[in-house]
Write a protein that binds this ligand. Structure first.
Ligand code: URA
Length: 200
């Protein structure tokens, strides 16, 4: 019998909980943190990918539950979506100490889990949050836009090819970028509309 998406995602979760090979595992255990695997619908048409969990996320095991998460919720609500309607995850599934950028070795270790999540959920659209996630996905899908800046690509619908078929990639600014920069927040309000055609 073929496994359901929920079963396949459950396997990933179990592997990540026991992921002692990661240099971030010890930090997780020392701080009583949880791995942040992903939330939302396994059948979602829209997959949203951030960089790595922050403190609130590692405390709760849920992606984007801090201040940036509130902005993300507002943006989704503006096109009639709740987080249950989409699937939200990160590239790196454990919190890097003091929210430093994930290291290359960490990205390489966690990337196969994200690739499996994408292959299981088979989203019609991948929205990347921030430059880091955008570059990761453009590289993963071997897209010609790799090398262009987020300032040029934000809010655009780009065409990528995944193993399961065509996937639209929409680079978005990271929701935390709008905190101190009102013009970025205005761009974010506009850019999220690129996901609206997939919201139904
Ligand atoms: N920033 C991210 O990139 N991911 C989270 O889950 C939270 C904040």
């Amino acid at each position: 019998m073929t496994e359901t998406r929920i079963q396949q995602l459950g396997k990933i979760a179990a592997e990540l909980r026991a992921f002692k090979e990661s240099p971030l595992y010890e930090y997780r255990v020392e701080n009583d943190y949880l791995p942040v695997i992903g939330t939302g619908s396994p059948d979602a048409a829209i997959m949203i990918i951030g960089e790595a969990p922050g403190e609130h996320e590692a405390e709760t095991g849920q992606p984007f539950v801090g201040a940036a998460g509130r902005v993300l919720d507002e943006l989704l609500a503006s096109i009639g979506l709740q987080r249950e309607d989409v699937y939200i995850t990160n590239i790196v599934k454990d919190r890097p100490p003091k929210n430093r950028d994930p290291r290359t070795v960490e990205v390489e270790l966690y990337a196969p889990f994200l690739e499996r999540q994408i292959a299981i959920i088979q989203p019609k659209v991948i929205a990347t949050l921030g430059r880091f996630s955008m570059e990761f996905i453009l590289d993963l899908l071997d897209m010609p836009e790799l090398g262009q800046k987020i300032g040029e690509l934000h809010g655009k619908q780009l065409e990528g090819k995944a193993d399961y078929g065509t996937v639209t990639v929409v680079p978005l600014y990271h929701p935390a970028s709008g905190f101190y920069n009102r013009s970025l927040r205005a761009a974010m309000d506009e850019d999220i509309r690129a996901l609206a055609p997939f919201a139904g």
